[in-house]
Design a protein around this ligand. Structure first.
Ligand SMILES: Nc1ncnc2c1ncn2[C@@H]1O[C@H](COP(=O)(O)OP(=O)(O)OP(=O)(O)O)[C@@H](O)[C@H]1O
Ligand SMILES: [Mg+2]
Length: 337
């Protein structure tokens, strides 16, 4: 019989809850370190491997997908698997995937040369939304009000490029959080330090250049809705936009009551996740003429605090089950079958 489960443990990540769940359910597991050279050997004979891969840890960026996809191709159950993760932290990849499955996705434009991008900018309407392919918490998302602004971004994209993180937006955001009581003094002072010092992941990922990404701006949304589908169950979070802004993600202003979530949105999330065959699908929606449109997606989401306020979950028939639930356990169940 195959041994059960190997878990890459990073305190503060999903692995905390995976381990708790295995303990509670008497599921045999061993903790591994996927950064070790002989990791493949270490997990031989195991049924599955789980690793909460991060988009801001250098090692995870360098070998997360490679280790996991190698093992999956060799027949192991993994979380996250290929269909769940290949497009993680890659809004450019997501554009093609969401178009390919005919998802209700906001019209999105990606260019790989300056001439095409400039020609498009001359003809299109504004505002648009500019994004880098990676990033979270709205950090790399900007409103582009005019052709002139777009041309500036296009020239930069095909010139010196963009850093992974805009340190000045970062510090402004930390000041906002501090003022609102959403962040402590450490978060604030850390921002000043980070004006001068890159995070290691920024140096590993390097400069973003050679492409430019724009999306139609969907006006009139003072929130976005994030739905998370795991193992045919869904839960949702409403995120309010920041003051004098259009961006919700990272605002820290969250609502969980069931009245915030239209069945239509939950249903589109289920349908899209089904088409994509994902193990874990966190998808952001805004509303356009009464219809939910996908903004972007991710297999991951902030651990614990972010979803602690959820009061229940839906099944695929949109029945709602009020009470505590354990989405981290749902992840484990999908791997061990
Ligand atoms: N095309 C758009 N039209 C209107 N609002 C948008 C659009 N794209 C993004 N937004 C708003 O900006 C926020 C951030 O955008 P997006 O989710 O693409 O970035 P992100 O930094 O990857 O966020 P996350 O932390 O959710 O991964 C969204 O939460 C939404 O409120
Ligand atoms: Mg988002």
């Amino acid at each position: 019989m195959k041994k059960k489960l190997a878990i890459h443990h990073r305190p503060g990540s999903f692995s905390d809850q995976w381990i708790d769940y295995c303990e509670q359910q008497d599921i045999s597991y061993k903790i591994v370190n996927c950064y070790e050279n002989d990791i493949i050997d270490q997990v031989k004979g195991y049924r599955g491997l789980m690793w909460h891969i991060s988009h801001i840890l250098p090692q995870d960026i360098l070998i997360g997908k490679q280790v996991m996809f190698a093992l999956e191709q060799a027949g192991m159950q993994t979380f996250p698997n290929f269909k769940t993760m290949w497009h993680f932290d890659d809004k450019v990849g997501q554009k093609y995937l969401l178009e390919a499955i005919d998802a209700p996705f906001i019209d999105t434009y990606v260019f790989f040369n300056k001439k095409d991008a400039l020609e498009w900018a001359n003809k299109t309407e504004f505002p648009k939304v500019f994004k880098l392919r990676g990033g979270s918490g709205s950090g790399n998302v900007k409103l582009v009000r005019s052709n002139k602004d777009a041309r500036k971004l296009i020239r930069k994209a095909f010139g010196k490029g963009f850093k992974q993180r805009d340190a000045y937006s970062d510090i402004r955001e930390r000041i906002r959080k501090y003022r609102k009581g959403l962040g402590d003094l450490k978060l604030l002072t850390g921002g000043f330090y980070r004006l001068f010092k890159n995070h290691d992941y920024e140096d590993v990922k390097g400069i973003e250049k050679g492409y430019v990404y724009f999306q139609d701006f969907i006006p009139g949304n003072n929130y976005d809705i994030r739905v998370i589908v795991i193992d045919d169950k869904a839960f949702a979070i409403k995120r309010m936009v920041r003051e004098n802004d259009f961006r919700a993600s990272g605002s820290g202003m969250l609502h969980y009551g069931k009245e915030n979530f239209d069945n239509k949105i939950i249903n589109v999330a289920f349908e899209t996740s089904k088409k994509l065959q994902t193990q874990s699908f966190a998808v952001d929606f805004v509303i356009h003429n009464g219809k939910p449109l996908v903004v972007e997606m991710s297999y991951g989401f902030p651990n614990k605090n972010f979803i602690e306020g959820c009061i229940g979950y839906w099944d695929e028939d949109l029945n709602f089950y009020e009470g505590d639930f354990n989405p981290y356990g749902w992840m484990v169940n999908q791997v061990i079958g």
